[in-house]
Design a protein. Sequence first.
Length: 326
Amino acid sequence: MKNSLSVIIYILIFFFGVGKGKCDAAINSDSLQFLGNAFVKITTSEGKIIYIDPYAIFQSDSADIVLITHEHECHNDLSCVQQKASCQVIRVANALIDTVYQTFTIGNITIKAVPAYNAYHPKSEGVGYVIEFDGIKVYHAGGTGKIPEMANLASQNIDYALFPLTPGPELMTEAAALVQAKHDIPIHTVVSLQRIPDTNRIARFTSPNKMVLNTDQTIELTTDGTWVNENNTVIREYRLFQNYPNPFNPVTYISYSIPIVGDVTLKVYDLVGREVATLVHGMQQPGIRTERFDGVDLPSGIYFYRLSIVGQGKSFTETKKLVLLK
């Protein structure tokens, strides 16, 4: 019986391609991945990896640069990232010296420290960063509120700005208006440590340039056009996210992103490949969506969910595993 089960699992992996998305619209070049909290990974077209404010989630890619905006424990956990022998770690002590904000040039990457502070983060103990590479500028605001120095960034033509919503979404909407970036990405958007987006908090951040990223989502960084859905959420890639929670009992949530109009199918299968639920079947507009799956009538065990998208000459298929544990 044990050998038979192993054969079934191998067949399913071969048939479904578990964990491997296949898409004829591959993304390369510069990219940004939102890892939750204020934790961000930037990968340049040269393969250089920059981590900002590491926390909670271990990342296996070796860092070339690590930036820390302030020394709170949810922003400075270097144990979360592997570092190359040549890795440069820039902390507040390096970035702000005698009230002077420092600039660093590392290869073709330029990093400028800028003011970042609020009632809980003294001006002398924190910085933000403007990172420039390949003609792209990314601003990580760090632990800040709306401050007058942000107006100085408007002339820098920031492409992507990341704003913490902890001081208040309305206040940070005003901050975004000062910076005038092309795209405003809210961070500190989750409930506690659960990595579940606080939709109310995000909705109250009303910048017209808002770009909402799910935890673990990666976007391509460009200086030109974007795909924008009806909620001003920019979607640049097909992506099937791991369900949360997992294991679950009996309800879990499955999220995915689609960059263009497509015929979307999302189904759940049992261990032997029998369909147990169809969650989505039909045409959908670009966007990030979350579907609820209720396994109340199913026995405990391993299941698979498969996302298939076809549209405008492009196709995508990916399958992931989920575990129902009663």
